[in-house]
Design a protein around this ligand. Sequence first.
Ligand code: 5RP
Length: 278
Amino acid sequence: MTRNDLWEEAMEWGMKNRLAQLIKSDGRCLFLPIDHGYFQGPTRKLEKPGETIRPLLRYCDALFVTRGVVRSSIDPENTKPIILRVSGGTSVIGKDLSNEGLTTSMEEAIRLNVSAVGMSIFVGSDYEKESLLNLTKLVDEGEKYGIPVMAVTAVGKELEKRDARYLALSSRIAAELGARIVKTYWCENFEKVVNGCPVPVVMAGGPKVDTELEVFEFVHDGMEKGAIGVNLGRNIWQNDYPVPMIKALRVIIHDKGTVKEANDIFEQEKDKKKVPKD
Ligand code: 5RP
């Protein structure tokens, strides 16, 4: 074996080790994104990210956050894997959310000891090419150091884009360009998205929906259709009962529970949180 072979093998070990930290031994994962402030500012229930994270940390498999939140709001003794959000540069009041660039270097990701980096791509937007070439640059850097890249198939404000045709196209492109994990939205006919994507797929939730049951139903459907887990934010931490919500989602993701089982856990845990009235 040459010195180069040994070096490459060591790098491959790092990549495998990081992916193993993120994806549990059952092949499934529950990532908790708390990155929304990077373009939405102090959005509802994320005004103090540290306070949002604290009660939920023990129930997630990894956190998806920016470097600002890592440094300011997460204890360095934290042992949960971090997926570092490394794209941004736009805001909800700016001209175009799709005009993102890379915001954080790979050196910084290594310094922060993260398990992966994540960035958004905007297929079909005016900045499609820039975001896709940024993904390829990030993948080149990540592969050099054994750091997996999670690509986020973003839609900006055009939430209506979230159908199987569009999400299958974006997810496939992300995988072809080298993402190790693709984060996309659940949609009707979700199997088309998963079946067309040769790397693991996790589901985001999008804006908070009206009932918990809707969340359990789409997560369950997506898991049945081949997703390996979720990267679900607002539908957890904007819920009035975030801890019961994340515990219920674990039932579907890690215990392979039904929608009813998840809902029962949610109701039980919610009742425990209710303060008894005199
Ligand atoms: C925001 C993101 C989020 O990580 C992603 O959208 C998941 O969060 P949510 O479930 O709230 O949609 O990429 O930029």
